[in-house]
Design a protein around this ligand. Structure first.
Ligand SMILES: [Ca+2]
Ligand SMILES: [Ca+2]
Length: 272
């Protein structure tokens, strides 16, 4: 089945499904031809229906002997002490959950970085970060450079702009790349129920939700994930533009090694 799928993807257009390691297929290595002869693989891009681009898919065949273990699952309630935040601009929010009309959101956050540090991780080979980002209020995409980034141990997983207004955004491409209509790649629109009001312009629900998933080789016993919102506007406050997380999960993958052969009887050396 995967051989057929691979053939379809290879012959279809810009997508390549790669086997890594033997028996395991991942698509966060989908290679995109960004300019003639040049390929990049910094994000997942898939055309789900003509003209609609989504980036939420990771196709993976679990390799024999591989185990998957969740190590972080953020859930509504008290915030664990390994989360922290630092203001980066003129407005920011607290580490908290907020119940909107349609969903509970970790946030709202503004111009700030939110960091998670996990220590004492058992031996592993790679890590997957899966999250649902919500953009709340009137994000203006590339026009204001209203951007969001996610960084794993200094490696930028994504940095891009989003829009919920009439301006275009970089997602599902990255900052400085192609421009797409507002909300491109969103998994849900106005599902959170964030109310945005600008007298004489708009009064109603304004939010978008994006599912993002990244997998990277990783063996360190500690990991640090940093998310940074960078928003610009005439009205810098959390009622105007903000972001949050609807879910956030981190898992580690381990490939089972052959068990060490423990002799059941002591070695007996003849003649001694
Ligand atoms: Ca705005
Ligand atoms: Ca803005």
């Amino acid at each position: 089945m995967y051989a057929q799928l691979m053939l379809v993807l290879v012959t279809g257009a810009c997508c390549i499904l790669r086997e890594s390691p033997p028996g395991e297929y991942i698509s966060d290595s989908i290679l995109r031809e960004s300019s003639p002869g040049e390929f990049t693989n910094d994000f997942i891009l898939r055309e789900s229906s003509p003209g609609e681009l989504i980036s939420d898919s990771i196709l993976r065949e679990k390799s024999p002997g591989e185990s998957l273990r969740p190590i972080v699952r953020l859930q509504p309630g008290p915030i664990p002490p390994n989360w922290s935040t630092e203001s980066k601009g003129d407005f920011s929010g607290k580490l908290q959950w907020t119940a909107y009309k349609g969903a509970k959101v970790f946030g709202p956050f503004g111009n700030q970085q939110v960091t998670l540090v996990v220590t004492g991780i058992v031996p592993h080979d790679s890590v997957t970060v899966a999250l649902e980002l919500v953009t709340l209020g009137s994000w203006d995409g590339a026009k204001d450079h209203d951007s969001w980034s996610c960084i794993l141990d200094g490696d930028t997983l994504i940095t891009t702009t989003f829009s919920t207004t009439t301006f275009r955004q970089n997602y599902p491409d990255t900052t400085g790349g192609k421009l797409y209509p507002a909300r491109s790649g969103a998994m849900a629109n106005n599902s959170v129920g964030f109310r945005f009001t600008e007298p004489g312009v708009y009064d109603g629900t304004l939010d978008a939700c994006y599912r993002l998933e990244f997998r990277r080789a990783h063996t360190d016993r500690t990991l640090t994930i940093t998310m940074i919102g960078s928003l610009r506007d005439l009205h810098p406050n959390l009622r105007n533009e903000a972001w949050g997380l609807r879910s956030f999960d981190v898992s580690i993958h381990s490939v089972q090694r052959p068990a060490f052969d423990v002799p059941t009887t002591p070695d007996i050396v003849p003649g001694r």
